[in-house]
Write a protein that binds this ligand. Structure first.
Ligand code: NAD
Length: 252
């Protein structure tokens, strides 16, 4: 049985994973970490990762970008692999992830769902065909009104996947209100909608002359991310140092 620490255990994702892990005989949450203490759990909860003294095989993180630096230091010091799911990390933090992964296994993914990870792969093929044919590329994401970061980490991952297939020649445009000019061919427009309880919608639009191709993914519940995170935790426990992603877990 794999022993797991749930970092951010009292948040929406932490509680979703707590329920899923109870039904999974291959993994057990042995401790949780959360600065908010208003939830009762069946495992011990620590207010910060530094004070957690429970032995574990892996940490799963769904917390807050501000909590990630301390988490990386802890996992490096203790040699515990970490599945990093928190989004909105700064460039400096992404560098720290790279550096830390030389000493401990890290799996980072902005979206743990099977559908989005398949889309990341399909988009490369679509972009390689449609962009040279003159199609413009736009991305629209929609999330609930409690989300702090924008655009979503998933939207950026989708844009990066398209851009990689196009030799990273495209720039991202988030706001057209400040300039009065036509869009550049080599840009990907990214728009964020926030409202209600939308779990997560992502649409990638390839708009050509007289035809439009759209790829759309809708998450109906947070369980899709939770299931993926538990599969990632099982995969990562015991792995050698390195930077992994969901394509290592899901075999297409
Ligand atoms: N990768 C994915 O597939 C995926 C899916 C959903 C959400 N997310 C991301 O995961 C993160 C959490 O999402 P959520 O919906 O559960 O948010 P949430 O706000 O409901 O939960 C976050 C929890 O982290 C706790 N926290 C904050 N600072 C902390 C600290 N320093 N130490 C310990 N705990 C701390 C908060 O108290 C809260 O309980 C967000 O960044 C979100 O964008 C990623």
């Amino acid at each position: 049985m794999i022993k797991m620490i749930m970092h951010g255990c009292n948040g929406h994702m932490g509680q979703t994973i707590t329920k899923l892990a109870k039904e999974d005989s291959a993994i057990e949450i042995v401790a949780g970490v959360d600065s908010y203490t208003g939830v009762t759990n069946e495992y011990p909860v620590f207010e910060s990762i530094e004070t957690c003294d429970v032995q574990a095989d892996v940490v799963v993180d769904f917390s807050n970008a501000g909590a990630v630096d301390g988490l990386l230091e802890y996992c490096e010091k203790k040699g515990i692999p970490v599945v990093l799911c928190t989004t909105g990390l700064s460039d400096g933090q992404l560098e720290m992830v790279q550096k830390t992964s030389k000493n401990v296994a890290i799996l980072r993914s902005a979206n743990m769902s099977l559908g989005i990870n398949m889309l990341l792969k399909l988009l490369k093929e679509a972009a390689g065909i449609l962009a040279p044919a003159g199609f413009d590329i736009e991305l629209v994401e929609r999330h609930h009104n409690q989300k702090l970061d924008a655009p979503s980490g998933t939207a950026l991952a989708l844009a990066d996947s398209v851009n990689e297939a196009l030799d990273n020649a495209y720039t991202y445009v988030y706001d057209r209100s400040k300039v009065r000019q036509k869009r550049d061919k080599k840009e990907i427009g990214i728009s964020a909608v926030r409202g209600g309880t939308i779990v997560g919608d992502h649409e990638v639009i390839f708009a050509g002359a007289d035809e439009v191709v759209e790829f759309k993914h809708t998450a109906y519940s947070k369980a899709v991310f939770g299931k993926g995170a538990l599969e990632a935790a099982k995969f990562l426990a015991g792995k050698q140092p390195g930077l992994y992603d969901m394509s290592d877990v899901i075999q297409f």
